[in-house]
Ligand binder design. Structure first.
Ligand SMILES: Cc1ncc(COP(=O)(O)O)c(C=O)c1O
Length: 410
């Protein structure tokens, strides 16, 4: 039998993206047992690295084994007991996911919605908090389905005023856009590796404030078989065993209480993702994403393509490009993949068939990746019968990189 042999691809969709070769190398390093002193030291080090990535002093900063959705679910099922109320402002597909997960945790879910392509004002969220009086505000920071980046910096103070716990899903934003967990007063944040952190999916960095840990502690319940005299047993334990954050924190904490078998390879990957980011510097990485995103935006506009959504609130790392009416979106995507080895994204719900989503993130937030994608898109559009200005996209992107965005239509 032949070994697994994936094709060479440049992944320029909304995530996953091409993993950094350093991360792939880390993934192939030897397994070590989870209570080996090297491993426990590496776990502690990984916690410290992610405190710096998140901008937090939270002791409770860990990895949840699983994709980003596992991090979301761990946060929500652990903070929300059945019957607790949660407010979810929905501005895209992933807001609906938060509502769905909270509902399955037995919470009483209240949503407010805005049109896809828009974000909420802080006052709209505060008005809803006053009306609903939720225990938790759960909101996505960057909703990849619409490319919008919800401003969070004023929401911590609002939640504080009303005694509400503040959770956000930063899967799509972390690393490529500002996120300041402590300065913005966020109680719980979960993320993933597969976007601006330049890794594969499968590990969900998560951080929880001391106040949120107090809430988790109210339902702390150590499972039978490892329980010792004096350990907590709750009448109403957290409704998931695997994603029970209180138990996960005990496993990462000084007691190292046995829970799951550490996904060691993903721990190495997550550790390396954080190192890569911190070596370059958080601000420098965000600036690199901003430049790559601006270059891609300028490039697609210079090809004469429209861009979806409120550009004042677009994430740096993904753009939703309107599909011209004279081409079939999936055919152009297939040509990008088959002829150029480049993946760009389709879209969901009301945007399905209307926009392609092109990502410039993590390892691929690079000039050559942006320019190669634009050259391929120009070619694929022309081949599909759509007239495009020759070389315009590449030139506009290079102009952004050269610091002079000339020739970019407004
Ligand atoms: C904002 C956001 N949240 C959550 C997810 C779910 O992540 P995963 O597929 O890793 O579970 C995604 C995936 O694209 C996302 O973009």
């Amino acid at each position: 039998m032949l070994p697994v042999n994936p094709p060479a691809r440049l992944l320029m969709g909304p995530g996953p993206i091409t993993a950094d070769p350093r991360v792939l190398r880390a993934l192939s390093t030897p397994l070590v047992g989870q209570y080996d002193p090297w491993m426990t030291t590496t776990m502690n080090e990984t916690q410290e690295l992610y405190r710096r990535v998140f901008g937090t002093a939270n002791e409770a900063t860990v990895l949840v084994d699983g994709t980003s959705r596992a991090g979301i679910e761990a946060a929500l099922v652990s903070l929300l007991a059945p019957g607790d109320s949660v407010l979810v402002p929905v501005f895209g597909r992933f807001g609906h996911l938060l509502a769905e997960i909270a509902g399955r945790a037995g919470a009483e879910v209240h949503t407010i919605e805005t049109d896809w392509g828009q974000v909420f004002t802080p006052s709209a969220i505060e008005d809803a908090i006053v009306r609903v009086r939720p225990k938790v505000l759960a909101i996505v920071q960057g909703d990849t389905s619409t490319t919008m980046n919800q401003p969070l910096d004023e929401l911590g103070a609002i939640c504080d005023r009303h005694g509400v716990l503040f959770y956000t899903d930063a899967t799509a934003t972390i690393g490529g856009n500002p996120l300041e967990v402590d300065a913005w007063g966020i109680d719980a944040v979960s993320a993933g590796l597969q976007k601006c952190l330049g890794g594969p999916s499968g590990s969900a960095p998560l951080t929880v404030s001391p106040h949120a840990v107090e809430v988790l502690d109210q339902r702390r319940s150590v499972e039978a078989g490892i329980r010792e005299p004096g350990d907590d047993v709750s009448d109403e334990p957290i409704r998931s065993n695997y994603l029970d954050l209180a138990m996960i924190l005990d496993y990462w904490g000084p007691r190292r209480l046995n829970h799951h078998t550490e996904a060691a390879s993903m721990l190495y990957a997550a550790n390396e993702c954080a190192r890569i980011l911190l070596e370059e510097g958080r601000d420098a990485v965000i600036a690199r994403h901003e430049t790559a995103g601006s270059a891609m935006l300028a490039g697609v506009r210079a090809l004469g393509l429209g861009v979806f959504g409120d550009l004042g609130h677009k994430m740096h790392n993904v753009v939703a490009v309107e599909i011209p009416s004279d081409v079939v979106g999936d055919q152009v995507r297939a040509s990008m993949l088959d002829d150029h080895g480049i993946e760009i994204g389709t879209s969901f719900g009301p945007l399905h068939g209307k926009v392609w989503r092109i990502g410039t993130m993590g390892y691929n937030a690079r000039k050559d990746a942006v320019v190669t994608t634009l050259a391929a898109l120009e070619h694929a559009l022309r081949r599909a019968g759509h007239a495009v200005p020759q070389g315009g996209g590449v030139d506009a992107a290079l102009d952004v990189y050269a610091g002079s965005p000339v020739g970019v239509p407004a």
